[in-house]
Unconditional design. Structure first.
Length: 193
């Protein structure tokens, strides 16, 4: 039994060209290219089932991106109008100082980007992590420590003492400095325990 026909997507020439550029660009992620293809196929009149079969994904993904595109249509049109107005103003002023990034392209990429995910927000901000890594680059003796190399407990204690963080475990410090599954530097910044 056939279900209801999905709502159609209508693309402006600018949107279509932007999507084709993103699809052809070598630095576009595969995830972005797949989403672009979903929108292009939907605009050509393909059903969700047909697109899912063509791209070897489930219908729910197709439905999600079709819906996201349709919900963003007013925003996309506004970006396109803004871009046309900016181009007209630049032509009138003969000003070539634009940054070369198209407004429509930015909005299309935002529409096709992942949305916010649920879950616990990060405990430590990027600035705190950078300050802890910078602390690890300092000589522990300059901080009044009786060790020649930082250990995770010493770094955690010093980070709390300096007010970088209210509390932090030695394990979190290790993770920031590359001992937790990825290397932050070619040489570890911590003393071996």
């Amino acid at each position: 039994m056939r279900g209801p026909k999905p709502p159609p997507i209508t693309l402006t020439p600018t949107q279509r060209e932007t999507l084709h550029q993103l699809q052809r660009r070598q630095r576009s992620s595969q995830q972005l290219v797949r989403r672009v293809r979903i929108v292009l196929e939907a605009a050509s009149g393909a059903s969700n089932t047909r697109i899912a079969e063509l791209l070897d994904i489930n219908r729910g993904q197709v439905r999600t991106w079709r819906t996201r595109w349709l919900e963003a249509a007013p925003r996309l049109m506004a970006a396109e109008e803004e871009e046309k107005a900016a181009a007209a103003a630049a032509a009138a002023d003969e000003d070539e100082s634009g940054n070369g990034v198209l407004i429509t392209e930015e909005v299309v990429q935002e529409v096709l980007a992942d949305g916010p995910r649920c879950g616990t927000p990060p405990t430590f901000g990027p600035e705190q992590v950078v300050r802890i890594v910078a602390l690890a680059c300092e000589n522990p003796r300059d901080c009044g420590r009786a060790v020649t190399h930082w250990t995770p407990p010493e770094l955690a204690d010093e980070a709390k003492k300096r007010g970088i963080v209210a509390s932090i475990s030695p394990r979190s410090v290790s993770r920031f400095l590359g001992r937790g599954g990825f290397e932050a530097a070619s040489d570890t910044l911590l003393a071996q325990q």
